[in-house]
Design a protein around this ligand. Structure first.
Ligand SMILES: [Zn+2]
Ligand SMILES: [Zn+2]
Length: 242
């Protein structure tokens, strides 16, 4: 409660307002999330059938999307058993990530961290005997990327998860590689081959998490590195899908 109050006091002296509509944030909850109640409610994501491979909404397919099927035909079974994605990277959702990432708004981290927590719960439902079986692992940023935005916004979420007593391990290290942005799907996979290495004892079950997923090549490369280093099962969560 005291930590939440600090955000309200900060909002009183240095008002940021709601990250999406700019309205004043008036109570503890609003200041904690950096969003007014209406905007928070409007960020409910999408419902409907999802692909069991990449987590993206299915259009007319069943089970797995066309892209996942094609890829499995081409390169066999994936290292990442299942991926959950939360928000489309469009409209207000895109603005939300922009405000968090480039506006360095830590309050929005509280909102996003809760989404990761509930996605982890639905990927691997906790039971009375095993409350949390998998260990969460942030996808490490490309070396040099931090300099551009000034902070590691995925690492900040890892800190929040740890504060909420979830098991987190930074067991991967990323070696320099070309930016994925200019590459097509196939080259994204080869560009990342061998670019992630395990640096710590690898947990048996790992849930990777990242901010945006495009082709899923980054999660797949991380999952392959974890499995090569001894992980039995690897899952993935991405807050936004492009
Ligand atoms: Zn608002
Ligand atoms: Zn898919």
């Amino acid at each position: 409660m005291i930590t939440k109050l600090i955000f309200l006091i900060r909002e009183f002296f240095f008002p940021r307002g709601c990250a999406l509509c700019g309205e004043a944030l008036l109570d503890v909850e609003e200041a904690w999330y950096g969003l007014c109640q209406d905007c928070r409610k409007s960020l409910s994501g999408e419902t409907g059938e999802r692909c069991s491979g990449c987590g993206k909404p299915l259009i007319s397919e069943q089970g797995r999307c066309l892209q996942c099927r094609e890829e499995e035909n081409r390169s066999g079974e994936r290292s990442c058993a299942r991926i959950t994605v939360i928000f489309p990277y469009t409209g207000q959702y895109r603005r939300l990530l922009g405000a968090y990432k480039f506006g360095k708004n830590p309050a929005l981290g509280h909102f996003l961290e809760e989404k990761i927590r509930s996605a982890a719960d639905s990927l691997l439902p906790p039971s009375p005997t095993v409350p949390v079986s998998a260990v969460l692992c942030p996808v490490p940023p490309r070396p040099g990327k931090i300099r551009k935005t000034g902070w590691d916004q995925v690492e900040y979420l890892a800190k929040l998860l740890e504060r909420d007593k979830l098991p987190v391990s930074r067991c991967l290290k990323r070696l320099p590689s070309r930016s994925q942005k200019t590459l097509d799907r196939e080259h994204r996979l080869t560009n990342l081959k061998g670019r992630f290495i395990a640096v710590k004892k690898i947990p048996r079950e790992v849930i990777l998490f990242d901010d945006v997923i495009t082709t899923g090549a980054t999660l797949e490369a991380c999952a392959a590195a974890l499995k090569a280093a001894g992980a039995e099962r690897v899952y993935g969560i991405a807050l936004f899908y492009d």
